[in-house]
Design a protein around this ligand. Structure first.
Ligand SMILES: C[S@@+](CC[C@H](N)C(=O)[O-])C[C@H]1O[C@@H](n2cnc3c(N)ncnc32)[C@H](O)[C@@H]1O
Length: 270
């Protein structure tokens, strides 16, 4: 068991995680860590390159070996895709219709982040009425497949950005930035930086939506694909650090019980 005391933790930390250890967790091999930064450091220690580079490169290598299909995108669980889409449509309804406290979002342009082959854009963002969608995705092979297959003869997808979210430079403003099943690939500090960039790139009434697995008690690192499932509290801490206001959250219903709970969050600038 590898647990550093809090004093050591403070020295190695750039983020001041709350005292109740919202970020404590497991590395998938039975080791417990007080904070995620320590785990990342151990995982990558002794490497010459920046630890973030190694982390992202390994994830990229993993995804390059995954088939460019819905099944590949969803870890062999293509059957959950329609259930996922139905719940996303329910979740975003309030924002499309508007509420007493919030005018409707515009449906001009959305960004699908960690888009893979464009499943979310094709099955959800375009069908709910967005006129155009851009895709940003680290693996160019997935984007090629999106272009040649999912969006063949469909020019509603304007841009295919082949770059990791940690390096993405926004060129436009979006009415909705949808980030699904990818944020676990980002290091905590990059996650915060990315959210800040997202907030700067929203249209006046735009929203950021995050949909992802949530660990129940502690973060869990998956060393196969280099991702982390964070707890809901951990995610909320990172939203707060980025200066995001949580507008709404919802648990994905009707998923197989053996899966991690999946949560949806809508955010805007505080
Ligand atoms: C689980 S799949 C989800 C794909 C899509 N969001 C969906 O729900 O169908 C994760 C995707 O994130 C991409 N990815 C992994 N790390 C990334 C990063 N740092 N930046 C952008 N995309 C990344 C992978 O290549 C893969 O396409």
């Amino acid at each position: 068991m590898t647990i550093k005391n809090e004093e050591q933790q403070q020295q190695t930390n750039k983020l001041k995680y709350p005292k109740n250890l919202l970020s404590s967790g497991l590395d998938g091999e039975g080791n417990t860590y007080i904070n995620i930064e320590d785990l990342w450091k151990k995982e990558l220690e002794g490497k010459d390159n920046k630890m973030e580079d190694k982390w992202y490169k390994s994830a990229d290598e993993y995804w390059k070996g995954v088939e460019a299909t819905v099944d590949g995108m969803l870890g062999g669980l293509a059957q959950v895709s329609p259930i996922d889409v139905v719940a996303s449509k329910v979740f975003i309804q309030d924002f499309i219709k508007g509420t007493d406290s919030r005018p409707p979002i515009n449906l001009n342009l959305a960004l699908d982040c960690g888009a893979g082959i464009g499943r979310v854009a094709k099955e959800f963002l375009l069908p709910i009425g967005f006129k155009n969608v851009d895709l940003v995705e680290q693996n160019k092979l997935f984007l090629d497949k999106a272009k040649s297959d999912n969006f063949k003869d469909d020019n509603r997808v304007e841009n295919y950005y082949a770059v990791g979210l940690q390096d993405f430079t926004f060129e436009k403003k979006y009415d909705c930035i949808w980030i699904q099943w990818v944020i676990g690939h980002l290091h905590d500090l990059d996650f915060i930086e990315f959210l800040k960039k997202c907030m700067d790139s929203l249209t006046p009434n735009g929203i950021i939506c995050i949909k992802d697995n949530c660990a129940k008690k502690r973060f869990i690192m998956d060393k196969e694909d280099n991702s982390v499932s964070r707890t809901e509290d951990h995610l909320k801490y990172l939203f707060d650090q980025a200066g995001c206001k949580l507008l709404k959250s919802m648990v994905q219903p009707n998923f197989p019980k053996e899966l991690f709970p999946v949560l949806m969050f809508a955010l805007e600038r505080k």
